[in-house]
Every structure is written in C-alpha cells, then in structure tokens.
Write a protein that binds this ligand. Structure first.
Ligand SMILES: NC(=O)c1ccc[n+]([C@@H]2O[C@H](COP(=O)([O-])OP(=O)(O)OC[C@H]3O[C@@H](n4cnc5c(N)ncnc54)[C@H](OP(=O)(O)O)[C@@H]3O)[C@@H](O)[C@H]2O)c1
Length: 245
C-alpha cells in the first residue's frame, strides 16, 4: 500500500533526516512548516532520493485555522496517511522568567498546536484503518528541572496526549510512537553550554525509522537516555529540588 507522510516542523535537521529516510522507501512526503524556501529545497532533495511525491506546505502551530486545509490536501491521496511531528521551541528559561507570557507560545509550539492538528487528523487514520503518528517529545518532559521546566512541562503534556491518542487509535489499527530524544546537535541546542552525550540528528532519525517499523510505543534516543532518565526520576524530591542538572 502506498504511504504518505506529513512532516510537521520539516526545517528541523532531525526532520530532514527522517524525510530522506522515508523518501528512500518511495513514500510521498508533505514537508510542513513556516519557511517555504527551506521546505522547497528539502522537497527537491526528497524527490531526488526517490519520494513518490514531495510537496512543501505551510504549517504554523500557532495558527490552527490553517490545519483543515492541510488535512484536506492529505485526504486527496490514496493509501496510508502518516504524520511525524518535529515542531518545538525552547527559549532560555531566563527569557521566560523575564517575560512569563512566552509560556503561551512554548505550549502552543510543543503541545497544543501539534495536538490540535493530530486531533483533526485522527478520524482520517481511523477511516482508513491504519497509519502511523510519530510525536517527538523530549527527555525534558520526564521531570521538571530548574533549567527548562516550562519547555519540559509542554513536552510532558504532549507525551500524555500521545499516550491517550495511541490508546484510541490502536482500536482502528493505527499506531502512535512517542519519541524522547536526549541532547541532539541541532539549531535548538546550538551554543548551549553544559551538554553531554550529544547525538547527531541522523542517529535520531534512524532510531525513529526503526521504532516505526517495530511499532514501538515509547522510544528514547539514543537508547541510553532511558536509563539516565530512570535514575533522574528516582532521585528523591528533597534531594532533586536542590540540584541543578
Ligand atoms: N535538539 C535537542 O537536543 C532536542 C532534544 C529533545 C527534543 N528535541 C525536540 O526535537 C524536535 C526538533 O527540534 P530540533 O532540535 O531539530 O530544533 P529546531 O531545528 O529548532 O526544530 C524545531 C522545528 O519546529 C519548528 N517550529 C517552531 N515553532 C513553530 C511554529 N509555531 N509553527 C511551526 N513550526 C514551528 C521550527 O520551524 P522554523 O524553522 O520555522 O523555526 C523547526 O522546524 C523539537 O520538538 C524539539 O523540542 C530536541
């Protein structure tokens, strides 16, 4: 059966690597985001790598009035409809301390915008009896910490949303993969000090493609972050609240 992927946040280097991967399988890719020039370049690249169809579409997580048009475009394609969400933003916590209203945008980018889009897309997957949704969260959503708890809270909300959506869609044969990357070398983390075990975006993409194939539910990438976060979650709160990790 032919497969179609809408990739939200397709200017992310992780998303670009993922788009290359599904293009090599001959899938159709719809590269969605705010920067049409960048998306058009990626679409050309995907077509050269074997995508059955490669199209750039405008998606802004803070402008939900545009979502219905994207879904209508996808519905014109035959076969399985899949979605991969790479959208996210992470202002420095000190900027949020100075301007608490930034929280609204962080929640819209990392959680409510993508969730509203997926909520509108879910009936399409149900009607077609299958499909895959990939949602990129973050290890930051596993426990709130002093350095980025607003971002972490938005990711935690997205993780919980994806868990419920997986619960719903499994009844119609569709599947939801929750991805929790650790530190990745991308535009988002450029110049941030104190990062360790930083992975290349291609590694994250490889792990996502494998997780989709094996229908994994929740995947940490690289894998060892599962154990790092297990330890971090186990630190008792009286100790954790005094730490700056
Ligand atoms: N890098 C890491 O260490 C790391 C770790 C864990 C999780 N993650 C997550 O991985 C995903 C990809 O991030 P990245 O590291 O590759 O960073 P990135 O290059 O900054 O990618 C973020 C993507 O989100 C898009 N975006 C932001 N706000 C948007 C909005 N309002 N509407 C539409 N698109 C919007 C950006 O588009 P524009 O080009 O238009 O800004 C970009 O495509 C994000 O969800 C991020 O939270 C990253």
């Amino acid at each position: 059966m032919s497969e179609n992927w809408i990739i939200l946040g397709a200017t992310s280097s992780m998303a670009r690597a993922f788009a290359r991967g599904v293009s090599q399988r001959g899938d159709a890719v719809f590269l969605a985001g705010r920067d049409s020039d960048d998306l058009a370049t990626t679409a050309q690249d995907c077509a050269l790598r074997g995508a059955r169809l490669a199209e750039a579409l405008i998606f802004d997580a803070r402008a939900p009035e545009g979502f219905a048009g994207l879904i209508a475009r996808l519905e014109r394609e035959e076969g399985q409809i899949n979605a991969a969400v790479f959208v996210g933003s992470m202002p420095d916590q000190s900027e949020i301390d100075a301007d608490p209203s930034l929280i609204q945008g962080i929640v819209a980018d990392n959680f409510t915008g993508p969730a509203q889009f997926l909520q509108m897309l879910a009936p399409v997957l149900e009607a077609r009896g299958g499909g895959t949704i990939v949602g990129v969260g973050s290890v930051a959503g596993d426990r709130g910490r002093v350095g980025n708890y607003a971002y972490g809270a938005a990711k935690a909300g997205f993780h919980t949303y994806l868990s419920g959506l997986r619960n719903r869609l499994t009844r119609s044969g569709a599947h939801v993969v929750t991805v929790k990357p650790g530190f990745v070398d991308t535009a988002m983390t450029w110049g941030i000090e104190g990062m360790f075990l930083v992975a290349p975006p291609e590694k994250v993409s490889e792990d996502i493609l494998a997780a989709v194939k094996k229908r994994r539910n929740v995947v940490y990438t690289p894998f060892f972050w599962r154990y790092i976060m297990l330890i971090i979650r186990m630190i008792p709160e009286p100790i954790f609240k005094k730490m700056s990790i």
